[in-house]
Design a protein around this ligand. Structure first.
Ligand code: ZN
Length: 331
């Protein structure tokens, strides 16, 4: 039987978005800053409240939503046969970072969402983004493609031979934590020094160089030598990371998204291409790098796509109904 209304959650380190959709498109979306204190179930409770609010905005009762798709930052862990979050950007008990006012080591998610929704599908945010791009965006008809977000963190969604890779706990694609450098200076939120995210993510570039990534990039655009050197170094590490994945997966196409990429693709593309395309042509020749199409709603659309009936998809591809979506911030 077709679902009449679908719910979607996009759970990130800084905000959570809840969306309600029917066959004609998304009806309402509410967002709120992610709760970082209280009991370990606080975030899952916040998700239920935001979904209820989104239902109110859409003019429907919460029990009319049959299926819920969830895009979340990870990593995930399995406890009592349900998925929960062990994300260092949310769990104060997993990181030395002083800006998290909690001692959580595990956030129960699936168990609590299932108290309200019969069908729940949870995926890592880059896997959800890749799902969205394969159905509705720039990766349609691409069977060997990788979605990459370059933002405050670095994440990947991997598709090989038409299959999106998930792994034993849904954590496939956490390749931002691949170790690249022996440098002790670059520290990732996961605790690694010298992994890809430590070397290039927006947050870690800022931490390493004592000014925000936005300031570094604008100085680089203005031609300032020190900032240009920082950006070149980061883009070279990033290109090396893509090269390593391409040699592992035999990738055809990289789709790039995330705020750092969106704002600076022009500056970054030639450096990344030079770094990866200059190597081992038998494996690298013909790979394309392009921007993801769905932009800031990619995780929300991906979360919906996880539970969307097949027969809705052609309409959504044709009409892009998410383009008119109104977002309501909840304070
Ligand atoms: Zn890391």
């Amino acid at each position: 039987m077709d679902a009449v209304f679908l719910g979607a959650l996009d759970i990130g380190g800084s905000k959570i978005a809840a969306t309600i959709a029917n066959r004609s498109g998304p009806l309402a979306r509410v967002t709120q800053a992610t709760i970082k204190s209280g009991t370990p179930d606080a975030i899952a409770r916040q998700c239920l409240q935001l979904l209820a609010l989104a239902c109110e905005r859409a003019g429907i009762a919460p029990n009319e939503v049959s299926s819920l798709g969830v895009s979340s930052c990870g990593p995930f862990a399995v406890q009592d046969q349900a998925l929960g979050l062990v994300a260092p950007n949310l769990c104060g008990g997993l990181t030395d970072s002083v800006d998290l006012p909690n001692d959580w080591t595990y956030i129960p998610l699936e168990t609590i969402l299932r108290t309200r929704y019969a069908q729940v599908a949870i995926e890592n945010d880059c896997i959800a983004a890749l799902t969205a791009e394969r159905h509705f965006g720039a990766a349609q008809n691409q069977d060997n493609c990788v979605y990459v977000t370059w933002s405050t963190g670095i994440g990947f969604g991997l598709c090989v031979d038409g299959h999106i890779l998930r792994g034993k706990h849904g954590n496939a694609g956490h390749a931002g934590h691949m170790l690249l450098s022996a440098s002790e200076d670059a520290l990732c939120g996961c605790g690694n020094r010298g992994d890809l995210e430590a070397l290039v993510s927006g947050r870690n570039l800022g931490n390493q160089h004592g000014q925000s990534a936005a300031d570094i990039f604008s100085a680089a655009h203005a031609g300032e030598a020190r900032a240009l050197a920082i950006v070149h170094e980061a883009a070279r590490w990033f290109g090396r990371g893509l090269y390593n994945l391409a040699t592992t997966l035999d990738t055809q196409c990289f789709l790039l998204g995330g705020s750092v990429w969106r704002h600076h693709a022009d500056l970054l593309t030639p450096i990344i291409e030079a770094e990866m395309m200059s190597r081992f042509p038998a494996l690298i020749a013909g790979i394309t790098i392009r921007s993801a199409a769905l932009d800031e709603l990619v995780a929300d659309i991906g979360a919906l796509a996880l539970v969307m009936p097949q027969e809705w998809m052609a309409d959504w591809r044709l009409h892009s109904p998410w383009l008119n979506l109104q977002t309501h911030p909840v304070v």
